[in-house]
Write a protein that binds this ligand. Sequence first.
Ligand code: ATP
Ligand code: MG
Length: 572
Amino acid sequence: MRLSQTLLPTLKEDPVEAQVVSHKLMLRSGMIRQLGAGIYSWLPLGLRVLRKVENIVREEMDRAGAQEVLLPAVQPAELWQETGRWSKYGAELLRFKDRGDRDFCFGPTHEEVITDLVRHELRSYKQLPANFYQIQTKFRDEVRPRFGIMRGREFLMKDAYSFDLDQESLDNSYKQMFTAYQNIFKRCGLQFRAVEADSGAIGGSDSHEFHVLADSGEDAIASCDSCDYAANLEKAVAGGSPEAVPAGADMQKVATPEIKSIDDVAGFFNISADKTVKALLVQTDKGEFMLLLRGDHELNEIKAENYLDGDGFKLVEPGAVQKSTGVSVGSLGPVGATTPIIADNSLAGMSDFICGANEDGFHLTGVNWERDLPLPKFADLRNVQAGDLCSRCGAGTLRLDRGIEVGHVFKLGDKYSKAMQMTVLNQGGREQTPLMGCYGIGVSRIVAAAIEQNHDDSGIVWPIFLAPFHVEILLINPKEEAAAKLAEEIYEYLKARGIEALLDDRNERLGVKFKDADLIGAPLRVVIGGRGIKDGAVEVQSRHDGVAEKVAIDAVGDLLLKRAEDLLKGGV
Ligand code: ATP
Ligand code: MG
């Protein structure tokens, strides 16, 4: 590609709207431009990278035996009504009507569409297992689109759906996809981790997410420092069961005026927060529940929602707590409470604890189970913390890292096939409902995630397989004839040998050209012109380590070819 003829609008300054480095660099290097909230155009440079990711994904999906299809983006409401998701999916689903007043949505995911296709086309067990995938634009009306294309509303996803006759076969399909995902993220040059993920209301099924490790990640992931346990914070479980300590104190009611938060309580009584118990009121369609947590722990809403297994789970607002219980949030407590209570497991071994007295302006100290209040139901309700014991090996401790979710594999079971009455004839000639798996990859998100992991102060440092160009040929002055001719020759030479080169043949100041080359981040750079030409030499530089060397003009084509090929072989 010749830069003089390419739309590559680089920016000198960080755009004010960008918070994370990948968003800044994608705008600055002219890869993308915003059209509306969470909606972006891909410019030539960005599109080249997006296509590279897409190709890696396609090759590995094909290798794993999946078949590529392309399903419609616009989906009729009737399909979503069949599975009940038309009403359940919520505001993320972009709904609209056609001229005949019929309801449609723009697909945020394609379980219904693929199941509809397959229920018409697959008739026999002999056609299973089958796995169909597509690489396609999705739309989700995200509440908070941000970080550029990392959390867009319109984005490119690879989604795949497997159909198997029985659980063993589904387990096998799942494993194949898991391996394909590992290959994909490795080939993209990403540092990633596969973690156990919450499988939501479907329950019981396996689900793993693939996270790219980066401080800007929206997810917290827990992992053990001594075994291979790793899980999304949504799901991570801490190990170790607390030993019950016998009660030593009497229960007392203490006036605590102006005391509202757990920090206030701990300060007032001069104790650490782990000696206190906090109460939260939540609501589902089954009614109100009081959840108890140790003062220093955080509620995990997903665990609580899964445990209560009701619709419309939400925390009761502070104002509404007063209305419902007669006390303010800060004084809410379990002793004498009439709401059903569920306590986090870590409370089982607590004794002599401090909690709200269920009376404004008072707390109770020296509270003990069974003596002062009945034993509640116990469940895992909290987020794990760094330093918690690992629940798998019981020996290691958990650490927390930030991750960007780039992929998700999920055993769906018969949720969709059953709801949509998809059956095939089994070996016995009977109708049988196949089991499904679904497998997503955020193709466009990978581009941003790769930049989060591969950049320096001057710009992007592309891993070779995602690089928009392998080599940038920086021509100092296009009016310098000998240099321009050499640059053209090298450009053609590399192109003919499958090496992708960008020729900066613009009439621009040298400083601008160097800055842009750093920003764009091609792994190899050759600088042609100026004094070097008279000495019969050019300069070749690596973007990774910045090391530059003088190379004789006659040798430069072959040297660049070899360097690029070595990189492509090594995959760095
Ligand atoms: P998230 O928790 O990040 O919203 P999700 O669980 O909703 O993701 P899936 O439904 O599993 O995502 O979609 C498959 C993949 O699509 C995700 O792993 C992610 O990489 C990507 N993805 C999801 N939402 C977005 C988005 N708004 N913008 C870009 N990529 C996305
Ligand atoms: Mg989402």
